[in-house]
Write a protein of this length. Structure first.
Lengths: 321, 315
């Protein structure tokens, strides 16, 4: 590791010195662990610090540093007695991380509120807000505990791609945020495979007593899908190009007039129905593939029309006429 | 003493001098008072210029102030209010929560602001056991220069000037939202005279930050609402929907926080939901994406819109 440059060492020292000064002789070891600094570097920096002060640089105008029996004492003038203000990057790191992870964590929420008063001119208050979806109360904390304790969970889950509500037992491997949503990756005992579950689609969750052994290999769970290896190819009018965002695109090609031909991975029958009904006649269905084999557009037109009919049954005899 | 140590000592002495003085100090007085500067005027100038840059790299609020009688008429100052971090009064539990949060969020910034932030708050608490590596980091913030500048402006109430969709904008920043994986800035567009929302990843690099305390932030600034049917020119109507409980999680997400949910009196497994719509086409689009989990009960104009759309897609 290369030695940090003077500016970094100075900045670091301006954080370390006030902390040491606020205590009665912490050990060198504790300072090194807290501030992630090598013993030699710390002693060297403290040596420099003992030469620092204000005019006339007489002994009483210099920083006082005493190292004895592996402990260190520092006496500072008021100019260095508090650390420096948080930089914008540091402030955003703290407040941003707290906003993303904060829901349901009282200590983190309180910490963030206190920090807001000492960042900038203190008017930050609730100006940074993260919305990661409506997850069941405390689910992030409970699942995080289940992951570290290796305890199986039972999920009452509604699948977007399947339009089905099922109860599943899952060995939770990992919790993470992707695309602004909480996901649980784990082994689903019902599917007998690894799956990804979005937390804001969980009706209820229960942490069970039984435990599991996590796998050695990295988790490669794909989003919950009941139609693996299926794609659909559409020609989108300019006003429905939004389809490209947030759908897994296999390939896309620009055609004349702002039309784009796009091949998408199908995320389940209901996923397909939702997409085709939303875009309606604003997209031409070209065809698709199932298991690598080409499939005619009729299949997808059939899916769309069956879905439309099914929904129309809810509207009873209503007809526009 | 090695040159690295001489420089470190000089930077610290320069900082101490200016913070302690509480008034602007001329370059000439700095040269005389602070140990480690070359005697020759031109060497001093070069060294002093580099030191000023280093101080700014450290994050020190070094300012130029008028100083009558000084060479060049200016002096240098580090006002205490902008230098010292007031004690936030964090408990040990709160500091641990921050430390854990920072370990779980990857910041994509080579400079390690998370580590430096914790140092300013008293360093890392000693943890008995390390967090499970399988669960960290769980999230990510892309701390770009644009995001950093925007946050800094938000915190100090500074105006921002930036290029957005090819147009130069002047905005008073009010709020930062993270939704659907993207960061959005809500602020008052000074030219249009109204609130606007900007996607941070579409703000171009040439962002300018103005002077602090340039405006008052309103007490309550609404968050970003990404539901297109709530904005439009159609006469606002209150839609009433019947929703199957099974699909409630997805319906909640699509209808947004402003929708009002009540259990259906006639059916244990349904809800009645009210939500305002101002763009009927966008509303219809959202409703059909919810398949047969949702039925539009009222008003007739929206119900008809859904039915006629679906009839066009059924054979």
């Amino acid at each position: 590791m290369s030695r940090p440059v003077a500016a970094e060492r100075a900045a670091r020292l301006l954080s370390i010195a006030p902390w040491i000064a606020s205590l009665d002789g912490p050990t060198i070891g504790e300072v090194c662990t807290r501030f992630e600094i090598d013993r030699d570097e710390l002693l060297s920096d403290l040596g420099v610090l003992s030469m620092v002060g204000v005019p006339p640089y007489s002994p009483d105008a210099l920083v006082d540093v005493l190292v004895e029996d592996d402990r260190v004492w520092v006496t500072l003038g008021p100019y260095f007695r508090r650390p420096m203000r948080l930089s914008p990057a540091e402030g955003m790191a703290l407040v941003g991380a707290a906003s993303i992870l904060g829901s349901g964590d009282d200590a983190l929420a309180r910490a963030s509120a206190k920090l807001s008063r000492v960042i900038g001119d203190g008017t930050l208050a609730d100006a940074v807000v993260a919305d990661l979806g409506d997850v069941p109360d405390n689910s992030v904390q409970r699942l995080s505990d289940a992951v570290s304790q290796r305890r199986r969970v039972r999920l009452d889950y509604y699948g977007y791609g399947s339009d089905e509500r099922t109860v599943r037992e899952v060995d939770p491997y990992r919790l993470h945020v992707a695309d602004g949503h909480w996901y649980l990756a784990g082994y689903c005992h019902r599917a007998e495979a690894e799956r990804l579950f979005r937390l804001d689609r969980v009706h209820a969750l229960e942490v069970l007593d039984s435990t599991f052994e996590p796998p050695e290999h990295p988790v490669t769970a794909r989003p919950f899908s009941t139609t693996p290896d299926e794609t659909v190819t559409l020609r989108l009018q300019p006003d429905v190009r939004w389809v490209l965002e947030g759908s897994p695109v296999v390939r896309s090609a620009e055609l004349a007039g702002g039309v784009v031909e796009v091949e998408l991975v199908v995320g389940g029958r209901a996923w397909l129905e939702r997409l085709l009904l939303r875009i309606g006649a604003r997209a031409e269905i070209v065809g698709g593939t199932v298991g690598g084999e080409a499939v005619d557009a009729d299949r997808y037109i059939g899916v769309r029309s069956a879905a439309a009919q099914r929904i129309l049954r809810r509207y009873g005899g209503d007809s526009v006429g | 003493m090695a040159t690295a140590e001489v420089k470190l000592e000089r930077l610290l002495n320069l900082t101490a001098l200016l913070v302690d003085a509480g008034r602007p100090i001329s370059a000439e007085e700095i040269r005389r008072q602070v140990f480690g500067y070359p005697e020759r005027a031109d060497s001093f100038r070069r060294t002093f210029e580099r030191d000023k840059d280093e101080l700014r790299d450290m994050g020190v609020n070094l300012e130029l102030r008028p100083l009558p009688g000084a060479p060049g008429g200016v002096g240098y100052a580090i006002p205490s209010a902008g230098f010292h971090l007031p004690d936030p009064g964090l408990t040990s539990e709160e500091r641990m929560a921050l430390q854990l949060a920072l370990s779980l969020v990857r910041l994509n910034d080579r400079a390690r602001p998370g580590r430096d932030a914790l140092a300013k708050l008293g360093g890392r608490e000693l943890v008995a056991d390390r967090p499970d590596p399988r669960s960290s980091p769980v999230a990510e913030i892309d701390l770009t220069p644009t995001m950093t500048a925007t946050f800094g402006a938000l915190a100090d109430r500074r105006p921002l000037r930036f290029t957005y969709r090819g147009e130069r904008r002047e905005v008073h920043p009010y709020r930062l939202d993270f939704q659907r994986g993207r960061w959005y800035l809500t602020g008052h567009d000074e030219v249009r005279g109204a609130l606007r929302v900007f996607r941070l990843d579409r703000i171009e690099d040439d962002i300018e930050v103005g002077e602090p305390a340039a405006f008052e932030r309103p007490d309550h600034v609404a968050g970003v609402r990404l539901d297109p049917w709530r904005f439009g020119d159609d006469p606002p109507v209150d839609a009433l929907l019947r929703v199957d409980d099974d699909a409630a999680p997805v319906v909640r997400e699509v209808l947004g926080a402003a929708a009002e949910w009540e259990p259906d009196a006639d059916d244990d497994e349904s809800w009645r939901v009210r939500v305002e719509a101002r763009d009927y086409e966008a509303f219809r689009s959202a409703v059909v994406s919810l398949l047969d989990s949702v039925e539009v009960l009222a008003p007739a104009v929206l119900r008809r819109s859904v039915v006629s759309w679906l009839e066009g897609l059924a054979p």
